[in-house]
Design a protein around this ligand. Structure first.
Ligand SMILES: *Cc1c(COP(=O)(O)O)cnc(C)c1O
Length: 359
């Protein structure tokens, strides 16, 4: 296991300034005082693990990440429970998925214990940055190719880093249903591609479709499969679920989509509540028919940032479709409350999903 050198920030944000900033938390604009960094090279392996003052990197302009996008990331949250304890939600799953992404992008794997230590040591120094109440500390582990070389092959040097950003509730003023734009011109992932890896390149490729969603007055974009352009896959950064009149739910199967930890947790919680979960291909045509016959009554998106977001309306080239009443439905609400309840230590964590961060 790596030993981390700890170098405290000599000019951290004052408590008063932070308290002021905490009054109006957005998403991803405010950052904590420190960062964790670990370096990798072919000859040394993982080395120089440290937690230091958050600061810019100095990188050679030939660093291969700038040219060939060898970059992966993760997203997770630390919560402050009512008893003051700081907890992480299933961080082992993030560590495992990070390595799956690393393998796909021909990058070195980081031992899971070092991934988690980098996060816990950062929270250890920046524990005052974990908001209470509905807020949380969003953690962003990432890794990029830092070797200065223009040839096309896997880099021989990488930097792993974790930064932290205190965030408020994703939906201010309570959860409102979101509007989804169904992209029929762009796709996000093809069989054999990088759809199941959490890499920056997938996001770069989704931004134009997301901009199109915004132009059509929608909040998020929904992608269909790249081969037949008919099977529902997922949103730019969230997985999707459909709820039917008979109480069952459907979510698209893994393969070209990102295997969300929230998705997996929702499936388990649905099982716990005797809700039948089907992981199966669901087409946009079926969805339209199921809306016409009132068989489809709710839809929601899920991911770490927004947790569970009810979908009120779908818009596509041919018009808009209201889902159910257009409001957040009871099954969406139930699953959302169960998940948030566990994350905040308000409900029993019977699956052992929480990991207490050492004080
Ligand atoms: C991160 C991500 C998700 C959600 O994953 P969680 O583990 O639930 O946060 C879903 N889709 C994409 C494309 C993502 O990048």
């Amino acid at each position: 296991m790596l030993q981390f050198e700890i170098v405290r920030n000599s000019s951290p944000m004052s408590e008063a300034v932070r308290a002021k900033a905490f009054e109006n938390l957005g998403f991803g604009t405010l950052f904590s005082d420190h960062m964790s960094v670990i370096q990798w090279s072919t000859d040394k392996g993982w080395h120089s693990a440290r937690v230091t003052a958050r600061a810019p990197f100095s990188l050679d302009p030939a660093s291969s990440v700038f040219h060939y996008a060898q970059e992966i990331f993760e997203g997770m949250k630390a919560y402050r429970a009512a008893d003051g304890q700081i907890v992480l939600f299933r961080p082992e799953e993030n560590a495992r998925r990070f390595n799956t992404s690393a393998r796909r992008l021909a990058m070195p794997e980081l031992p899971e214990e070092d991934f988690i230590a980098a996060i816990e040591k950062l929270i250890g120094l920046d524990s005052a940055w974990v908001p209470g109440g509905e807020g949380s500390l969003y953690l962003r582990p990432f890794m990029f190719a830092s070797e200065a070389f223009l040839g096309v092959r896997p880099s021989r040097e990488y930097i792993f880093c974790v930064i932290a950003s205190p965030v408020g509730p994703y939906f201010k003023g309570g959860a409102k249903p979101v509007r989804i734009w169904v992209s029929q011109d762009y796709t996000r992932a093809a069989v054999g591609g990088t759809g199941a890896a959490k890499c920056g390149g997938n996001y770069a490729a989704s931004l134009l479709a997301q901009a199109e969603a915004t132009t059509h007055g929608c909040d998020q974009v929904l992608f269909l499969d790249a081969t037949e352009r008919k099977w529902i896959e997922e949103l730019g950064g969230m997985n999707i679920f459909f709820v039917f009149k008979d109480g069952s739910i459907i979510t698209p199967p893994l393969g070209t989509i990102l295997p969300g930890i929230t998705r997996n947790s929702i499936m388990t919680l649905a099982n716990d509540s005797n809700i039948a979960v089907h992981e199966r291909a669901y087409s946009f045509g079926e969805l339209q028919a199921d809306l016409s016959s009132d068989r489809l009554v709710e839809a929601f998106a899920c991911g770490t940032a927004a947790v569970v977001a009810g979908i009120g309306e779908l818009t596509h080239g041919g018009g808009s479709l209201k889902i159910g009443t257009g409001e957040i439905g009871p099954v969406t609400k139930l699953l959302r409350e169960k998940l948030i309840g566990i994350q905040r230590k308000e409900l029993t964590d019977k699956h052992g999903w929480l990991r207490r961060v050492p004080a």
